[in-house]
Design a binder for this molecule. Sequence first.
Ligand SMILES: Cc1cc2nc3c(=O)[nH]c(=O)nc-3n(C[C@H](O)[C@H](O)[C@H](O)COP(=O)(O)O)c2cc1C
Ligand code: SF4
Ligand code: SF4
Length: 396
Amino acid sequence: MVDLSTEIAGVKFKNPIVVASATPTMNAKGMKKGIDGGAGAVIAKSLFGESGKLGRQFPRPRFKLIDYREYPGYPEKLPHSFTLRSLEECSSFDYETYMKDINKAKDLIGDSGIVIASLSGATMDEWLTMVKMVNETKADWVELNNSCPFAADMGICMGAGAVDMTYQFVKACKEVIKKPFSVKITPQTNDPVKIAKQVEQAGANAVNMSARLSGLSLDIETAKPTPFGAIGGWGGPYLLGYGLKMVGQAAKELKIPIIAGLGTWEWQDIIRYIMMGATLVQSGAGIMMQGYKISGKWQEQMSAWMEAKGYKSINDIRGLALPNMVKTAEVPRKPTNIAMVIDTAKCTRCGVCLRSCFYDAITLTKAGAVVNPKACDVCGMCSEVCPSYAPHLINK
Ligand SMILES: Cc1cc2nc3c(=O)[nH]c(=O)nc-3n(C[C@H](O)[C@H](O)[C@H](O)COP(=O)(O)O)c2cc1C
Ligand code: SF4
Ligand code: SF4
C-alpha cells in the first residue's frame, strides 16, 4: 500500500492533490465536492479586498477554450494542450459571507480534507483586515494570493502588478496570522524564484508557484480582442513546462515546501511536479474540464504506478529529478557519435520531413526518404514531424 500522505507545518494532507482556487471551489458545496472527488485539500476561491470588489461580478459568459473541441475523438479523447481563457477574478462573497462559507466548508468536510482560505489584498490595511478575520474561522490553512494575472489591468495594485510588495505584505501578515500559510506568486515576472525566496524569508510555511499567465485573443474580422475586449487569464496544460521549470529552479534554492500545479492535466503531471521537488500539486483547468472525480482517479493511477515501481511513499519520489536537471551551459554540445537514418520500410514518401529539414539533407527516392549524412546536422526535426516514425537516431 503506497502512502500518499504528506505533512506541512503540522497539517496532514491525505494525498498531495489540491483543488485549485477557481470556479470549482467558489463555495462550501464545491469545496466539499472537491474533497469527495478524491483531493487531499481545496483552496477556496480568493477573497479580494474592498478595492478589488469590481471582481466580485463576472462578465458572462466568461470562459473560452482554444484548441479544445476540435481535437480528434473529442469528447472521449481530450487534448493535452489547449488554452483556457477566462475572466473570473475573485469570490463573489463579501468579507463576512466569505468567512461564513469557509466555516461551512470545514463543517461539511471535517477531517476528510484540508480547507484553505485564499486572500488577496491591494493595501496593507486590506491584507491585515482579511487575515484577522480568517484567523477566527475554521480554515486549516490560509493562502495569501498575490498572483492575479490581470488585477493590475483592473487598476488595483495586486498580483502580477504588485510583485515588489511581496516581502512587505507577507512579513506584515506573518505578524498577525495564527494559521499555517502559503503565498501564491505570479509567474509574470522575470525572476519568480527571487520572489519565492522573499516569501521564504518573510516566514511563509510554503510557496505556491502555480499561477497562470494573462493573454489576449483577437478576431481579425472585427479587429476586436475576444471575447471580452480585455486581457484575461491565459492558462491550460500547455503551461506545464513553464511550471516544471519554475518549480525545479525554486526547489534547488528553497527550504520551504512548494505547491505546484501549473498545467496539471493527468496523474503523470503530479508525479512530474513531485519529482521536481513539489510537496503539493494543485489542479485548476484539469478539474474544470475533467470534473471533481478526476482527483480520485489520479490518486489511484499514481498509487498503482508507484506500487509497481516499488516506491512506498511520496517522500521516495520528491525531488528525484532535481539532480538530473542541469544548467543550460552544462548540456553536452555537438555529439559526434550519433546519426539520423530513415527506415524506408516505414516511410510512405509523404514529403513532410523535407519541408522541415533546413539542411537540405533529405532526398525522396523511389524506396523512400534518405538522409545524406554529410549534410545532416542531426537536429532531430525530421524524426519529430514524420507521421510514420520512420527517422531515428543510431550510434555511429
Ligand atoms: C476560472 C479560473 C478562476 C481562477 N480563480 C482564482 C482565484 O480566485 N484565486 C487564485 O488564487 N487563483 C485562481 N485561479 C488560478 C488557479 O488557482 C490556478 O493557479 C491556475 O489555473 C493554474 O492551474 P491550472 O493550470 O491547473 O489551471 C483561477 C483559474 C481559473 C481557470
Ligand atoms: S536530423 Fe535535421 S538535418 Fe538531419 S535530416 Fe533530419 S531534419 Fe535534416
Ligand atoms: S515524413 Fe516520414 S514518411 Fe514522410 S517522407 Fe519523411 S520519412 Fe518518409
